[in-house]
Design a protein around this ligand. Structure first.
Ligand SMILES: C[C@](O)(CO)[C@H](O)COP(=O)(O)OP(=O)(O)OC[C@H]1O[C@@H](n2ccc(N)nc2=O)[C@H](O)[C@@H]1O
Ligand SMILES: Nc1ncnc2c1ncn2[C@@H]1O[C@H](COP(=O)(O)OP(=O)(O)OP(=O)(O)O)[C@@H](O)[C@H]1O
Length: 300
């Protein structure tokens, strides 16, 4: 018997970053939107814990116990006194080290899959606790939809979304390390008084109404990590410009990057933007997806 769980990627439509905390993390006002690009995690009984991975970028994914999916299985097993003898297979479609929470998705997927396989019966609250221990983005990968993340991004309030948004994601050639991008943010702001991060009511209203023009008007400057990502990966400026030239309503770096995100008016326009990005030669791949997308879901 196996259990397969499908888990979405995310884009941050607002990422307001506060100053560095004593524990090294940053307080955030993090408006997450789940997008319809998915990894699938399959848990199968085995003699010992093993991880396998297939798909684009699979060669950059660790297969030992540092894999976030393995860490999720170990955390659940430890809490319930279970032998974590399981094979975890990751079918990867979320760009690796791309700022779209691919590793976090695999952690949430493994947790839900192992909970079902082992009959642990963990409550939603317990699963969310384990997610928060594993990483700041992991709770959102579990719940999906749209949510405001505060604290280091792990404390979630679900948000209403009143329509479907169409996106294009330009996959960069290479990755960016999330801690390195936060360090660059600190360096760029070393002489500033960084304000408390606050979610924008105009943005929350745009999401609730499903108003694509209001969302597009808000996005420029909404990601406080964008200048840091551009500083470490300057070629992204050309990708952002190419997507705008191809007709995107707005362009931004996704989270810590280097994936870039383009909001389009509708499905046809999204395909035109994707073709324009590929023709300009400014990305490795261009992926079309819609939001919001559901969180971790067990497949029949
Ligand atoms: C950039 C985002 O993807 C936006 O959603 C997240 O803030 C990153 O979330 P994540 O990858 O789950 O990050 P974690 O695994 O919790 O932390 C990795 C590292 O990122 C930095 N980090 C992360 C979250 C946060 N609020 N402040 C930070 O400074 C810290 O250096 C931390 O050691
Ligand atoms: N299951 C996993 N999938 C991908 N990377 C993993 C996984 N487990 C551990 N890693 C490690 O984590 C690093 C970051 O990968 P990930 O794809 O999660 O980045 P990201 O999408 O930029 O994350 P985020 O958006 O949450 O900051 C990888 O370079 C890899 O070494």
């Amino acid at each position: 018997m196996s259990v397969t769980v499908r888990v979405p990627a995310k884009v941050n439509v607002q990422l307001a970053v506060g100053g560095a905390r004593p524990d090294g993390f940053h307080d955030l006002a993090n408006v997450f939107l789940a997008v319809g690009l998915y990894d699938e995690v399959t848990a199968t009984p085995a003699d010992e814990l093993t991880v396998t991975c297939e798909g684009p970028g699979a060669d950059q994914v660790p297969l030992d116990r540092t894999n976030l999916a393995a860490r999720a299985a170990l955390a659940l097993a430890a809490r319930h006194g279970i032998d974590p003898a399981v094979r975890l297979h990751i079918a990867k479609d979320i760009p690796v080290a791309g700022g779209m929470a691919g590793g976090s998705a695999d952690a949430a997927g493994a947790l839900v899959a192992c909970d079902a396989l082992w009959g642990t019966g963990a409550s939603r609250a317990e699963l969310l606790d384990i997610c928060a221990e594993l990483g700041s983005d992991v709770p959102f990968s579990l719940v999906g939809g749209a949510a405001l993340g505060t604290g280091r991004g792990e404390r979630l309030r679900p948000l209403e979304v009143g329509g479907v948004f169409h996106w294009v994601f330009a996959v960069a050639d290479g990755g960016l390390s999330t801690p390195a991008v936060y360090r660059e943010f600190d360096r760029l702001h070393e002489n500033d008084e960084v304000p408390e991060p606050v979610a924008s009511q105009a943005l929350l209203d745009a999401l609730a109404k499903g108003d694509v023009d209001a969302l597009a008007a808000f996005l420029p400057g909404s990601n406080d990590l964008q200048p840091a990502a551009l500083s470490l990966f300057p070629q992204l400026a050309d990708t952002l410009a190419a997507g705008r030239a191809a007709g995107a309503l707005a362009a931004l770096v996704s989270g810590s990057g280097p994936t870039t995100a383009f909001l389009a008016r509708d499905a046809a326009s999204a395909h035109t933007v994707a073709e324009g990005l590929l023709a300009a030669g400014v990305c490795k791949a261009a992926r079309v997806a819609v939001s919001p997308a559901p969180g971790a879901t067990i497949l029949p």
